[in-house]
Design a protein around this ligand. Structure first.
Ligand SMILES: [Zn+2]
Ligand SMILES: [Zn+2]
Length: 194
């Protein structure tokens, strides 16, 4: 009978050690330690010295031990967070598989259609001192344009002017399609970024 308790306790601890080191909680613990370490900038901002590596080591041991002993209390939240980030990665991967998007393109460059060889310069997002330009595509005729918005805090002012000459709507949150043949099989070559 004693044996059964020992096996149960050992299993419990082993699961805790697994989750708290190589399992999902291990990553969270490493993040906590990094946060405690701070960066030169955050430490300067808080006017403190970076904690010594010895202190950080004990900090890490303490939270790992705490987790190993009490893991059933934490695991639900950690798994939920873990699943959420896996779902997010999956979503990003799916989006990238669909084609190119303004929000994944940087700066200014050229898109080239792999189906009809059409190529065109496009601005995805660049900013100057007092203004920024964002790329849009008309969902009707496919025309690519970049719209300037004024200074900090005024970035959304162009939202009202998002209509193309053809009557179509300009969108930024759609997969970019070839203005010539409407294929989504495009490549993007960045030229510069500001
Ligand atoms: Zn249009
Ligand atoms: Zn094309």
């Amino acid at each position: 009978m004693n044996n059964a308790y020992e096996i149960a306790a050992a299993t419990y601890l082993l699961i805790g050690i697994f989750l708290g080191t190589i399992g999902p909680a291990g990553k969270d613990i490493a993040k906590e330690v990094d946060r405690a370490r701070g960066s030169p900038m955050t430490n300067a901002f808080m006017e403190r010295e970076a904690p010594s590596e010895v202190k950080l080591f004990f900090f890490r041991i303490t939270i790992t031990l705490g987790f190993v002993l009490l893991w059933p209390f934490f695991i639900y939240g950690i798994m939920k967070e873990h699943n959420r980030s896996v779902a997010l990665d999956k979503k990003l991967e799916d989006e990238r598989a669909e084609g190119i998007w303004f929000h994944y393109m940087g700066g200014h460059g050229t898109i080239t259609c792999k189906d009809c060889d059409h190529s065109e310069e496009v601005t995805s997002f660049i900013h100057g001192i007092n203004s920024s330009s964002s790329g849009f595509q008309c969902q009707g005729c496919g025309k690519l344009s970049s719209i300037r918005a004024g200074g900090p805090g005024r970035a959304n002012e162009y939202e009202e002017s998002l209509e193309c000459e053809c009557g179509g709507t300009l969108k930024r949150d759609k997969v970019i399609f070839c203005p010539s043949c409407r294929s989504k099989n495009l490549s993007y070559q960045m030229q510069y970024i500001t």
